[in-house]
Design a protein around this ligand. Sequence first.
Ligand SMILES: [Zn+2]
Length: 695
Amino acid sequence: MTTRTLLRSLLPLAASLAFAGALAQTAPAPAPARPPSPQALARARADSAARASGIDSLGRTTPGRALSDSDRRPADMPPRPVLRPAPAATASANPNGPAVPATIPGFWRTRAERSGWRQTSDYDETMRYCRQLEAGSRWLKLVSYGTSGQGRELPMLIVSKDRAFTPEAARATGKPVVLIQNGIHSGEIEGKDASLALVRDLAVLHQRTELLDSCIVLVLPIYSVDAHERRSRYNRINQNGPDEMGWRSTPLGLNLNRDYMKAEAPETRALLANVYTKWWPELLVDDHTTDGADYRHDVTYSFQHGAGVPAPLDRWMSEAFEGRVVKRLTELGHLPAPYLSFRRGSDVSSGIDFTNSDPRFSTGYAPLHARAALLVETHMLKPYGDRVKATYDLLLALLEELHAHPRALTGAVRAAEAEAIARGREPVAARRTLVLETRTTDRAVPFAFRGKATVWQASDITGTLVPRYSSAPWDTILSLYREMAPTLTAQQPAGYLVPQEWSAAIDRLQIHGLVFRRLAKAYRDTVEMQRIVEWNAEAQGFEGHHLVHVTKVALERQSRAFRPGDVWVPLDQRSGALAVNLFEAQAPDGLMAWNFFDTVFQKKEYGEDYVVEPLARQMLAKDPQLAKEFATKVAADTAFAHSPGARVDFFYRRSPWTDPDQDLHPVARALHAVPEIYLVPVAGAASEPGTGARH
Ligand SMILES: [Zn+2]
């Protein structure tokens, strides 16, 4: 997840304070709301002890105590400047994390547990451990769902008491499927160590086995496997362990948590085609570590909520997850919070902006399939073992919830699917409105924030103020903005018609598990085409693209011809919202945004001035309205007036020689469903919309 954090949000404030004061001035943060508690005093004593042991007042290890690894960092560089954290809510005797229960036999301990939370297993050791787990339990199966860019198998552990080790067998049980995805950012890897320990405890050591009665669990121990093997002490400068960790992007430089819609990385394509759209997990859990300012909350979360989210999922997240799972986490000794990014970027007191994510992110993606997704973010400064424990406890609490209310999640997903299918069949166009983007409103609810007293110190390095976090609690009530308002909507058509030559678009339909049909014979109909009136492309590259932002679209009704083999995408299917997000020109992660249709913006033919000029004269003579329009533009638009090319183009574009498909989105918005007689017949009984069958 991006690090829209307290630290970043405080920087403008810091800059303004720096402006007011000279170097070496100290600007205090808001004082602690109450005197330090005995626990806080104990923590302060622990900090002082840490300083005595070679950690300076900033919590940095003292230069000179060089680390013994032989890494690519030059020997004369100081050690990794990881800040020593103040103890978290779940502080323990071991500075790296909690003691491993004596009930866990040595043979079954993960590398993280055996190393006192200093290390995490590499890919090969993780695979060996997964095979060991599989050999140790009848309820486990290890499968590969594809290969990475560098040729590694992509592992998945299936956990099922019913031995439902295929999607079909899982569906037959009627139980919800939970997909726990770890290491999409492979340096943020506590999810792997938490998941492996949880699977071991439940399925091998037979603790709390009842928690596996009510669901089927899929675990991706490491999703971004190649990046996981780019191990180093120097991959995440802010993070407090493990000693070596993986990298954020794949070897192709792609961030998998921006790839859900464009689906370019082999890892994404394998996940979506072979796991997500085969198993159709009711809940996706995406485990991360967040950067950012220090606070006492040890686990934060995010999910889509409010406007644009299927109402049944919204309700499940609020009642089941926030109402019960988060409460349970608190009982287990954690300090959970919604993902902590702050509003207006100026100060904490402006409140928490609990927003939704675009569908390039896991949490934005799943609801477009009428399914729930949960982002879990522990905090980088908390010791590794504490982060593993926080993730473990969250997963445990989720399984407890599914066991206590086994039908709540499946019920919510089935209802969300029904909602999507009903919208696709809705005859009244106005009732087919779909929200594509949202922002938070100005209505807030109170949130009890558990911060740390912070002192801002002027720095001649940064030229501004830098925060120094103490271990003293600073508690306050913040405004939490979580009500969403739509900022962009689209009226869903009856379906989309995709000309077959746009094969990259059709490939994405397949990868995303959308139901579509091929035309068996020529078909003509009046359809709506999206004419792009205003757009711009980002100059700065992003994920290997220059994102296109369409700011104005004109819908044009045209009679268009389609050929046998062209593709019909009906929207009365559970993933209808996903198709809309792929094909609407303004959708933030649509295929147009990701440059799939850039060629429509390029002019293919040009009129010579000496050819167009006499033609223009005839056009002006015949059409007084056009003459007026031209004169007005020349008078009002200096750049136009001084550009012979633009003046010629003005007439070329209004002449019969212009390209009718210039600036036209190539995918048609259908006003009616394509009649069955035009479609390639469906083989077998898999034609029911919403079943995920592909044709
Ligand atoms: Zn992340």
